[in-house]
Design a protein around this ligand. Structure first.
Ligand SMILES: C[S@@+](CC[C@H](N)C(=O)[O-])C[C@H]1O[C@@H](n2cnc3c(N)ncnc32)[C@H](O)[C@@H]1O
Length: 290
């Protein structure tokens, strides 16, 4: 029997890929090497143990080499696998949408605290992207229904696909639009993770974000706060009498977002910190409920 080449074992492929990624300065090289090998082999990456002598089929090894080449160009892992887990659920990700961030999970927690499980709450998600915020809330609150707005048709196609894949399409609607423009009716929760990076900071971002994620999902004008200035003045009219708004924002923007909200007749209820201890989300309500 011909001897199996050492280079086609899980262990050898993982070691080689890790060395290449690390050498090119790719962060989390070992983890990425493992996730991508799992993807190429269609197995759970957790099952790929470091010293494994399991042989990788030639076609899968070739696919893996291609994935590593693209990762060396700093293509995000989620673009290579087509998926990102958010709040315990898989979301399809393409270059048309923001890769859902673990930091946003604290905003979901904040929103859930405002949504009683026994109420048929109406939710509006502004800048829905993958739909990760809206769809997570609908999955966690089975009586709720909601609408996701995005200015990008391509993003909405991804969000619709995710709604179907998660079995939530009957409670989720998606509509193209510019923030609250043309939106009627009132909502128990308005949630948004708008683009909030100041334009001048884009060149400083890591290549995965700067070169591969949509600018539309990143840039919030010169100071990153344009979306809040656009949304807040319209918000009071869209909140139900005991409705709340939950916004994500960038590092150091808490005071400015609260000030913009206050100037629009809203009051800050509380803020929340993300896993890294950075202030990341704010809950607002109308100073004078409609
Ligand atoms: C930071 S991403 C957030 C995506 C998703 N909600 C999440 O948390 O991962 C912002 C989203 O806002 C959308 N967006 C940008 N400008 C918009 C506008 N004027 N009106 C509606 N959506 C907009 C972008 O297309 C993008 O999907």
């Amino acid at each position: 029997m011909p001897k199996t080449p050492e280079t086609s074992t899980v262990s050898a492929l993982l070691d080689l890929a890790t060395r290449r990624l690390r050498g090119a300065g790719v962060p989390s090289a070992r983890l990425d090497a493992r996730v991508l090998l799992g993807h190429a082999m269609r197995v759970n990456p957790a099952s790929l143990l470091p010293g494994s002598t399991r042989v990788v089929e030639a076609s899968q090894a070739a696919e893996y080499a291609g994935l590593i080449d693209r990762r060396l160009l700093r293509t995000p892992v989620s673009h290579l696998t087509g998926s990102r887990e958010f709040y315990g659920r898989p979301f399809h990700v393409t270059p048309d949408v923001l890769d859902p961030r673990a930091d946003s999970e604290c905003v979901v927690e904040m929103a859930l605290a405002c949504l009683p499980a026994d109420r048929a709450s109406r939710i509006l998600d502004l800048g829905t992207g993958t739909g990760c915020l809206l769809l997570t809330l609908l999955a966690e609150r089975v009586l709720a229904s909601g609408t996701g707005i995005d200015v990008s048709d391509a993003a909405l196609a991804v969000a619709r696909g995710n709604a179907t894949a998660l079995g939530l399409a009957d409670r989720a609607a998606f509509q193209v639009g510019n923030w609250l423009d043309g939106i009627t009716g009132q909502f128990d929760l308005v949630i948004s993770n708008p683009p909030y990076i100041p334009a001048a900071e884009i060149p400083l971002l890591q290549p995965e974000v700067r070169d591969h994620e949509p600018r539309l999902a990143l840039v919030g004008g010169d100071d990153g706060l344009d979306p809040y200035r656009h949304i807040c003045p319209e918000l009071g009219a869209r909140l139900a009498p005991d409705g709340v708004a939950v916004f994500e924002f960038g590092m150091g923007q808490a005071r400015q977002v609260a000030a913009i909200a206050q100037a629009s007749g809203l009051v800050s209820v509380q803020t929340v910190r993300d896993l890294g201890g950075i202030e990341r989300g704010i809950t607002l309500k109308s100073a004078v409920p409609a």
